[in-house]
Design a protein around this ligand. Structure first.
Ligand code: IMP
Ligand code: MG
Length: 176
């Protein structure tokens, strides 16, 4: 494991807390009178989703989707579903909660799948946008941060399953 230092922090726990609270305020206003179904993408979004739902002034339902494309730091380009949401989504207001949109392949595949379920509305909330190597156009309705072109870990984000527990978001040093 890399020995991460304070100098490697890209988004601090305090910055994250402020952004998540602000996102939750906007989402709560936009969905007032509705009870959206939040679909978190496993595993990366589990910390973000947990913080987000506790800031929302809405009664929501929660389910997850797990898609796989990553091997270490490189996207394999092939997307497969490891878990599909089980909640009935037809005529529901569905909000996808993603950790990172990078190539856009994961978000696009999930959104295409969810469109088939005929939800009343379908929007995307992403903690982090990494627009540098986008391969599929993705419209992000609610965005936390735009990240530099670095590999990020912490706050749910991993490198080979390590670092998810860290409260801050770090850039992994280049040699890793
Ligand atoms: P995409 O399909 O290329 O958009 O990749 C999306 C997924 O890859 C995200 O949900 C993350 O789980 C993972 N990912 C992309 N960039 C990073 C990163 O910098 N750190 C950790 N995971 C990442
Ligand atoms: Mg992910």
């Amino acid at each position: 494991m890399a020995n991460l230092t304070k100098g490697d922090i890209v988004f601090s726990r305090l910055e994250i807390e402020d952004r998540v609270a602000a996102l939750a305020r906007t989402i709560s206003q936009d969905y007032r009178g509705h009870n959206p179904v939040l679909i978190g993408t496993l595993k990366g979004s589990f910390v973000f989703l947990a913080d987000l739902v506790r800031h929302l002034d809405l009664a929501v339902k929660v389910d997850f989707a797990r898609l796989s494309s990553y091997r270490g730091k490189i996207s394999s380009g092939k997307i497969s579903f490891l878990y599909k949401p089980r909640i009935y989504l037809r005529d529901q207001d569905v909000l996808v909660v993603e950790d990172i949109v990078d190539s856009g392949l994961t978000a696009r595949s999930l959104i295409q799948f969810l469109e088939h379920e005929q939800p009343a509305s379908l929007r995307l909330c992403a903690l982090i946008d990494k627009p540098w190597y986008r391969e599929r156009a993705v419209e992000i309705d609610y965005l936390g941060f735009t990240a530099p072109d670095k590999f990020l870990v912490g706050y749910g984000l991993d490198y080979n399953e390590e670092y998810r527990h860290l409260p801050d978001i770090y850039a992994l040093p280049e040699k890793y």
